[in-house]
Write a protein that binds this ligand. Structure first.
Ligand code: ZN
Length: 475
């Protein structure tokens, strides 16, 4: 049998031992000798990555397949051929098989001419792809590591009020003063529009162009000013010094949310929170889990709105909303509820909570924790067990080496940290909840839209049964 040897090594691998072009070639040549095969040609791609087929020797190999000068292609390891699942399959099936050329890999000890080898191809290429994804993941972890150390990414925009420093920001005193003033003015009740106008009128430009509503709004929402950084939606402590206290920043975010409503009102948007009614989408049927739908009935005093379980009269409510087909018609036992009655009941509960938000918050902490919190804690416990098991496994068996142990436990640690962060986030959520709740003391004196906004900020969902309303708060 005439064999073509293909050898590849990436620039990075050249530095590592055991992967040099010379070593691979020698091993493959002696293997051919043992098997009594004739080496037809040796193809070498030194310093080329396996993530693309754009390599000179590889291209030569592909075109030589048509000439019939060899019967098989031999590599040292499958990933020498390619690191992509797609490319591996393309080479084996569309190039080698198409020309009746066998493919063999020394390390994995398989041969496409055998049925076992054929089955292994699929599996191995899946693993090759997995390997690449793991590399990507490690690079991501590198980024996360930087963020956790409080470092900013090299290409992040420098927020107004700071200058770029190594891995971090330095305060630009003049501009930082303007940022402080924007926050103070906003907390003192000035509107974003007013702040913008004043800044421009006073010539407080501090930057190339005039202030705009958008730039002021962005400054008010930027968590960087509290000395923290944001990465993939998570907030981490930064190395830089904050310009605004965390308490002030939190307060600004809260006020922004409330004022957004007024803004929406001014622009004549009747549905600023995408919900026409106070309880739209929040009501869940206790018996079947469906989201209650609103229905209008006509009485002599005008229209009357009711919430109904869409599965109660399956036929009737199925016809007007395709999405409801997901729920099988079970003729649910939940009786309809008048919209006004439900809203009044909910407002009563909100007022109760407003007078004593701690009752809900503490209750969630020790008595009946939210499902999420419980799940997170369970997951954390599971990771702890896995970590312990991993060490046992390492001590008791030869299956794991130190690198693998480090690798796996690092992964578990990252998971645990992320979960821990979620729990901390939960505590912050509880603080925000308390604040909003405290503000809701006078909720019965507000107009419907403000009531709606507050209800939707406080309530996650409401379990409705024939006898009870069970409110799940957003904590
Ligand atoms: Zn139901």
């Amino acid at each position: 049998m005439k064999v073509a040897i293909y050898v590849r090594v990436s620039t990075l691998e050249q530095a590592e031992s055991g992967y040099s072009i010379g070593e691979q070639t020698e091993k493959l040549k002696s293997y051919c000798k043992i098997k009594d095969w004739q080496v037809a040609k040796i193809y070498t791609d030194p310093g080329f990555s396996g993530s693309s087929l754009d390599r000179p020797a590889m291209q030569q190999l592909i075109s030589d397949c048509k000439l019939g000068v060899f019967d098989a292609v031999l590599v040292y390891k499958l990933d020498r051929l390619s690191r992509s699942q797609k490319d591996t399959l393309y080479l084996i099936e569309d190039v080698f098989n198409a020309h009746n050329i066998h493919f063999m890999s020394l390390s994995e000890n398989f041969d496409t001419s055998t049925p076992f080898g054929k089955a292994m191809i699929g599996l191995l290429s899946v693993f090759a792809q997995l390997e690449r994804e793991q590399i990507k993941e490690r690079m991501q972890m590198g980024k996360l590591g930087r963020v956790k150390a409080g470092k900013i990414s090299a290409w992040s925009n420098v927020p107004f009020g700071y200058t770029k420093a190594k891995d971090s920001y330095d305060i630009d005193p003049l501009r930082a003063g303007i940022v402080k003033r924007i926050y103070a003015d906003y907390l003192a009740g000035k509107s974003i529009t007013k702040i913008t106008k004043e800044l421009n009128r006073e010539g407080h430009i501090g930057k190339g162009v005039n202030w705009s509503y958008r730039t002021v709004r962005q400054i008010l929402g930027n968590v960087t000013y509290t000395g923290r950084i944001i990465f993939k939606g998570q907030v981490y402590d930064g190395l830089h010094t904050g310009i605004i206290s965390k308490a002030d920043w939190d307060e600004v975010q809260r006020v922004l949310k409330i004022r957004q409503l007024d803004q929406a009102k001014k622009s004549n948007n009747p549905r600023p929170f995408q919900a026409r009614y106070m309880l739209s989408g929040l009501l869940k049927c206790h018996y079947c889990g469906a989201t209650l739908a609103i229905a209008k009935s006509h009485t002599k005093n005008g229209p009357l709105w009711r919430y109904v379980c869409p599965t109660r009269h399956a036929k009737k409510y199925h016809s007007n909303n395709a999405a409801r087909y997901r729920i099988p018609p079970v003729n649910c036992e939940l009786t309809y509820k008048y919209k006004d009655d439900l809203e009044k009941a909910v407002l009563r509960e909100v007022k109760k909570v407003a007078l004593n938000p701690d009752a809900v918050v503490t209750n969630q902490d020790d008595g009946q924790p939210t499902i999420d919190k419980q799940a997170i804690k369970a997951q954390l416990a599971k990771i702890k067990r896995q970590q312990a098991k991993l060490v046992d496994l390492y001590l008791l068996s030869d299956d794991l080496n130190v690198d693998q142990l480090r690798d796996r436990s690092e992964k578990l640690k990252v998971q645990a940290d992320a979960l821990q962060a979620q729990l901390i986030h939960d505590t912050k959520k509880a603080d925000a909840f308390k604040k909003t709740a405290t503000d809701a003391k006078q909720i019965d004196q507000l107009d419907y839209e403000h009531q709606t906004a507050i209800v939707r900020m406080l309530i996650d969902h409401i379990d409705v049964s024939n006898t009870d309303l069970d409110i799940y708060w957003q904590i």
